[in-house]
Write a protein that binds this ligand. Structure first.
Ligand code: TRP
Ligand code: ZN
Length: 876
């Protein structure tokens, strides 16, 4: 363990900054073996006199400090490992600081670092302090002017935020470019890029008629993979004008693709920096899902220009103010661009599988956390995805028109400010008159609420009573919870379809003859419905109107009624998933196969109707092993090996019963050249899912189809699907196909990553041995996050049956990687750890998992990132 235990930072201790910075000038002098940074700050005292100036700074070599032009002696300031303190300063002054930094050895990918041939930055959340001493907090906003000097030949492209105001060659083979950003911003939105980059260019005219130049910069080899992102960018810009009334506010918008990046992308003002995996796209390197991910992330970062940049966060506890809202915005955008039903199913699946697990685990925290040791650990599914669900609930409560009024008011009131989640809710309250006091518990209470539903029907009175009760399990630091304000969008389903009703309750709202929005605000409430013609099955949480676990003792008949008669597509899909969960449980316990028969009948019926093909494709996919494990963790605990076996047997039963259908689908031809567009995406998904079922019954036939897909197909979706099938069948043919595929795409790192990933995720054969081999593969790079995630991340989080295999060697492998990365890249090390922290969910495996956590905890010099995750997951 470290010598001094890292301290928690608390929301309750927030204090405004004692100083403001009206302007900052940064001069960068980039060299191969060092970089000089000269920072000139105009500071003003905002708080009481005599308070010293304390600037954040880490891993910096301080060369000089001057106040109003006079260089300070070393006894006039105090330096420690993360700050520079100047005891006495005037109320108004110019501070100049010269530092030396080493991007060339910076493997944390935070601050200024090198990726392949270029220099780039990542400052959110607290990376700017690795560039220079500064008030590195989001509520200190300033106007930035940035000069960059570098070798002309190797770094012809020099970029920063805002507008380029000067560019000149110097006489020593170097050149200098100056950028000025007129918008005040916090340091986390600063960015710099230097490299030999190619770009594509386009134009966009805003609704007000202003011209914007759009550029995407990449390494020259990737210039042919930028068009899709550019198109997505223009669609995002138009959509934000149409749906939110938000226009872009500068003449230039740049995106740069970087291969070494900790996350997906970063919304730096007018200079978004993207992981190559989140921006480059072509049919050879990108799957259908990959295209959708690129579109969503381009939109997400663009939308941050308003929800994040123009209006930013007061402190990092408010992170969901920008992230939850922006995820909500990008999910609305994706729904509008493609299939809304599919998008909702995907989002809810992620939420239930991963966010619910996070919320039930040792790192559980509210959407607005109360404390953290390392803020990088709080870029979580809870802040992002649950945060988006909270905004979505506001949208449901207010309706689209009032919600838009609320967002207009929010942007209007707070433009140029650093604000809190309360300010966001206050704007929604102001326009709607709805009291959101209780609703705000969604921001402060952690854990996933459980809603229990029971109903009774009085045939004589034609009255249905629905009793809903809510509770929320204890989470770290929060043993008792107050009731949430839960919007329940619902209907009643009769034997032939949805029933009309008259809602009696007045605090709730009838939205149509067959739909009501109930407001569940107490621990238990009963809602009465009149004029109900027959005994109904309640259809609760249409569109998943609140992020809760639902407990209703549905019979198989009830589920079948929902599947066939409910009007909401999400609930039809959800009932089918519930049926599949029951079928898996039957297989585990060896019970009578009632749910399985119903599941087969339902899927057979769906295959015979001509419903939405995209929803059909999703409906054929059983709940994932991770989702089943999450559900089981809530009761008796999960056994990943038993889950895998049971799920396989359900799949095999489906395959056997419906083999003719699957064979036809697996052999179907898809017309036309590849396009990542709705109908074709659905057909490819159906064909590959059918191939996977076929493989369980007729492996040789499936392998033949896979081999021919690999030969003939024009896109990565089919090729990877075919490889996945061959990997599952195994044997010589698989080996040959994997080798040939690698040789064909060895020059495309993004394809190699996916080739790594499907091998690491393959639940058959000896995955541990495969992963060990991949870690020694020449294309593997133990400092590149995409590679680490493709091999180690995929194995530990997406191959549960092999990760948990009896030997415990999977746990040891993960611990070894984490220990190695702890200092090299603490953010990635801490993130990779997530699967081990869930040890309490696996009673039969827990001891072995804990041993590896304890081994990590015993290391010296743990980074704050890893320390926080390990110590919280071991705490009782
Ligand atoms: N703000 C970024 C986003 O959500 C997140 C991000 C990118 C980030 N890089 C990071 C967060 C590095 C922490 C560390 O769009
Ligand atoms: Zn974001």
């Amino acid at each position: 363990m470290r010598d001094a235990q890292p301290q928690a930072i608390r929301l309750a201790d927030y204090q405004p900054s004692a100083f403001s910075i009206s302007s900052v000038t940064l001069d960068f002098d980039l060299y191969d073996d060092r970089t000089f940074v000269k920072s000139t700050l105009n500071l003003t005292r905002e708080g009481v006199k005599d308070v010293p100036l304390v600037l954040d700074g880490q891993e910096l070599k301080l060369l000089s400090v001057s106040v109003d032009g006079r260089e300070l002696n070393s006894d006039e300031y105090l330096l420690d490992t993360d700050s520079l303190t100047i005891g006495s300063v005037p109320d108004h002054f110019e501070l100049q600081i010269l530092t030396e930094i080493h991007p060339e050895t910076n493997t944390s990918l935070e601050g200024l670092y090198r990726s392949r041939t270029m220099f780039c930055t990542q400052c959110e959340a607290e990376g700017f302090r690795k560039i220079t001493y500064y008030l590195d907090r989001p509520d200190v906003m300033s106007v930035f002017t940035v000069s960059i000097t570098a070798d002309s030949e190797r770094y012809p492209v020099l970029l920063s935020n805002g507008n380029r105001i000067e560019a000149a060659p110097l006489d020593n083979g170097r050149h200098r470019v100056v950028w000025h950003d007129p918008h005040k911003k916090p340091a986390y939105l600063f960015a710099l890029v230097a490299g030999d980059l190619a770009h594509i260019e386009d134009r966009f005219t805003t609704a007000s008629g202003d011209a914007v130049t759009l550029r995407i910069f990449v390494e020259p080899k990737d210039l042919n993979k930028c068009d899709f992102a550019m198109d997505a960018l223009k669609r995002s810009m138009r959509w934000d004008e149409e749906v939110y009334g938000r226009e872009y506010d500068l003449e230039l918008f740049n995106i740069v693709a970087v291969d070494d990046f900790n996350m997906g992308a970063m919304e730096n003002k007018s200079l978004n920096i993207f992981n190559t995996s989140a921006v480059l796209a072509s049919p050879d390197v990108t799957t259908d899902q990959g295209y959708q991910r690129v579109e969503a992330i381009v939109a997400h970062e663009y939308f941050h220009n308003w929800s994040g940049n123009r209006v930013t966060c007061r402190d990092w506890f408010q992170l969901s103010l920008k992230e939850g809202f922006t995820v909500f915005r990008d999910s609305q955008f994706s729904s509008d661009m493609g299939s809304a039903a599919v998008k909702r199913i995907e989002d809810v699946t992620l939420l239930r599988t991963a966010q619910f697990a996070e919320d039930a685990g040792p790192m559980s925290h509210p959407v607005r956390p109360d404390s953290y040791i390392e803020i990088s650990n709080f870029y979580t599914l809870t802040v992002y995805e649950k945060g988006a669900e909270v905004v979505r609930m506001l949208h449901t409560l207010l309706g689209p028109e009032l919600f838009r009024k609320g967002s207009d008011l929010y942007f209007d009131r707070h433009d140029g400010q650093a604000v809190t989640c309360d300010d966001f809710v206050a704007a929604m309250e102001a326009v709607s008159g709805i009291d959101l006091t209780q609703f705000k518990r969604w921001y402060s209470q952690s854990g996933t609420p459980v809603v229990r539903a029971t109903g009774s029907y009085d045939a004589e009175k034609k009255r249905y009573s629905l009793t809903l009760s809510q509770s929320c399990p204890p989470t770290p630091g929060q043993s008792v919870k107050q009731p949430f304000d839960i919007p329940v969008l619902m209907g009643l389903v009769g034997s032939r379809g949805n029933l009309s009703f008259a809602l009696v309750d007045t605090a709730s709202e009838q939205r149509s003859d067959t739909e009501a929005l109930l407001r569940l605000t107490q621990a238990e409430q009963t809602f009465e419905f009149d004029d109900v013609e027959e005994q109904p099955v309640p259809a609760l949480f249409r569109g998943f109107s609140a992020p809760v676990r639902i407990q209703a003792d549905w019979s198989i008949d009830d589920l079948q009624r929902l599947i066939t008669c409910e009007e909401d597509g999400f609930l039809r899909w959800d009932a089918l998933q519930t049926l599949a969960l029951l079928a898996v449980d039957e297989a585990i316990s060896g019970r009578e196969e009632a749910a399985l028969s119903a599941l087969i009948a339902s899927i057979q019926a769906m295959l015979e109707q001509d419903g939405d093909r995209a929803v059909l494709a999703m409906s054929l996919i059983l709940p994932s092993e991770n989702y089943i494990a999450e559900v089981h963790s809530q009761s008796h605990g999960a056994d990943p090996i038993a889950i895998h076996t049971a799920r396989e047997s359900v799949k095999a039963s489906l395959a056997t019963a419906l083999i003719d259908r699957f064979e036809v689908l697996a052999n179907s031809a898809i017309e036309g050249a590849y396009a990542p567009e709705g109908a074709a995406i659905a057909e490819r998904a159906l064909r590959l899912t059918a191939l996977d079922y076929l493989r369980l019954v007729q492996p040789e036939k499936a392998a033949d189809i896979a081999v021919s897909l690999l030969e003939k197909s024009d896109n990565l979706t089919d090729r990877l699907g075919a490889l996945r099938t061959l990997g599952a069948v195994g044997g010589k043919r698989a080996e040959v196909a994997f080798d040939a595929f690698y040789r064909r795409f060895a020059d495309e790192p993004l394809v190699v990553n996916q080739w790594f990933q499907i091998q690491a995720m393959n639940p058959y054969g000896d995955a541990l041995a495969r992963v060990t081999r991949l870690l020694a593969h020449p294309a593997y790079d133990n400092l590149n996050p995409n590679k680490i995630r493709s091999v180690v991340g995929a194995f530990c989080s997406a191959n549960p049956v092999q990760f948990h295999a009896a030997s415990g060697q999977g746990y040891a492998l993960l611990a070894d990687v984490v220990i190695d990365l702890n200092k090299k890249n603490p953010q990635i090390a801490a993130r990779l750890l997530a699967p081990l922290t869930k040890w309490r969910n696996y009673p039969k495996y827990a001891q072995r998992m804990k041993v590896e956590l304890e081994r990590i905890a015993a290391q010296e010099n743990l980074s704050k990132d890893v320390f926080e995750v390990v110590s919280k997951s071991l705490a009782s």
